[in-house]
Design a protein around this ligand. Structure first.
Ligand SMILES: Nc1ncnc2c1ncn2[C@@H]1O[C@H](COP(=O)(O)OP(=O)(O)OP(=O)(O)O)[C@@H](O)[C@H]1O
Ligand SMILES: [Mg+2]
Length: 344
């Protein structure tokens, strides 16, 4: 899409190279009390490793889903990927630019334009005092995409139509819309800067089930029309199944399995993935006894040594308690589990 007043950028040719490349990503949160308190109370530092050496890549036009229970590090990865939270280690390359690398203001601006995020709660991400039109127009002005007010208003109308709303809805305030419509507004705003990559963090979790499907279909439709690349975060595997090209399964900050979506759902490899799938309430799975996920997620400040999953694992071996499993190729998947280790 070309926009008035914008210097046309050379589009990267899609050579099958990933648009997004995450390598060795790590984030540690320091939960320690201030130094003086620690000295008086003779306490050590308290560190929480929320993301622990995560690698994945997303090809242009694909949807990479990150799944995992609450606290597994999904949102922390999302925030690092969009530039909201600095990593403790590792890198995130988006369209050839290192999100956290040193760069000129111009490169930074161009990169920011290409990356957008959609959050779980559309109401919290929309300014209640602004009319919807102004909310959507804001990124257009901020990135200096269209300077003429009439052209800008026309573009806002176009974006509203694109997400299935009426162009006249721009006159209304966010509270005049339903949850699903508000998420559409948030999507229109995200699209306003003409991004290539959108991080969707639980975009439908706050919506009624019937509305969830409509918003998911809209996201898929927009992906096809605009060639968007998504990082899609959800704890709901039934939702992921409908949208994902590839899936990464997180457990306490580590990717335990990573595979093409079809393979992951047809033949999960990691015992944790199997457990998650057995708990999915999906129409396809009707008639099957649905299992709940056994055991509690351990405290992330003191995660179990070796494989973090070993205390809950039904097929655990002796080495699992002490040795961290390395990522191993299993068909088209990558699995971190000693079951696949040829030399345990
Ligand atoms: N700003 C922060 N300060 C300290 N700890 C944090 C912070 N943000 C996240 N954490 C911790 O990091 C871990 C991962 O959190 P994160 O929000 O990424 O999980 P999540 O997978 O998105 O969970 P949910 O499904 O509940 O949204 C959790 O143990 C959380 O308590
Ligand atoms: Mg989260």
């Amino acid at each position: 899409m070309t926009v008035a007043g914008e210097v046309v950028e050379t589009e990267t040719v899609n050579s099958g190279k990933p648009l997004v490349e995450v390598k060795g990503l790590r984030r540690v949160f320091d939960l320690s009390k201030p130094w003086l308190n620690r000295m008086i109370e003779r306490e050590g530092r308290i560190l929480l490793t929320a993301v622990d050496g995560v690698d994945f890549a997303i090809k242009e036009g694909e949807t990479y889903a990150l799944v995992g229970e609450s606290g597994s590090g999904k949102s922390t990865i999302a925030k690092m990927a969009v530039g909201l939270l600095p990593p403790s280690a590792g890198s995130i390359m988006i369209d050839g630019t290192d999100v956290w690398g040193k760069k000129s203001q111009d490169t930074e601006r161009r990169m920011r334009r290409k990356i957008q995020m959609i959050f779980q709660d559309p109401f919290a991400s929309l300014n209640p005092r602004w009319r919807v039109g102004a909310i959507i127009a804001e990124p257009i002005s901020a990135f200096g995409l269209i300077s003429d007010p009439q052209d800008r208003a026309a573009r806002v109308g176009e974006l509203l139509s694109l997400v299935g709303l009426d162009p006249r809805d721009g006159q209304k305030f966010p509270h005049e819309f339903s949850g699903g419509q508000r998420q559409r507004i948030a999507i229109a705003r995200a699209l306003a800067s003409e991004p290539k990559f959108i991080v969707c963090d639980e975009p439908t979790s706050a919506l009624d089930v019937s509305v969830q499907a409509q918003v998911l279909n809209l996201l898929r439709d927009l992906q096809e029309r605009l060639g968007l690349t998504y990082l899609f975060i959800s704890h709901n595997l039934a939702v992921v199944r409908h949208v994902a090209t590839r899936v990464g399964v997180l457990y306490l900050g580590r990717l335990v399995e990573e595979a093409p979506a079809r393979d992951l759902f047809a033949a999960p490899q990691h015992p944790y993935t199997k457990m998650l799938l057995e708990a999915v309430p999906d129409i396809d799975m009707e008639g099957k006894d649905r299992q709940s996920i056994a055991g509690e997620i351990p405290n992330p400040i003191t995660p179990p040594p070796g494989c973090h999953f070993h205390p809950r694992c039904p097929v655990r071996r002796v080495e699992c308690d002490v040795k961290i499993p390395l990522p191993l190729p299993v068909g088209d998947a990558t699995v971190r589990c000693h079951l696949f280790d040829p030399s345990p």
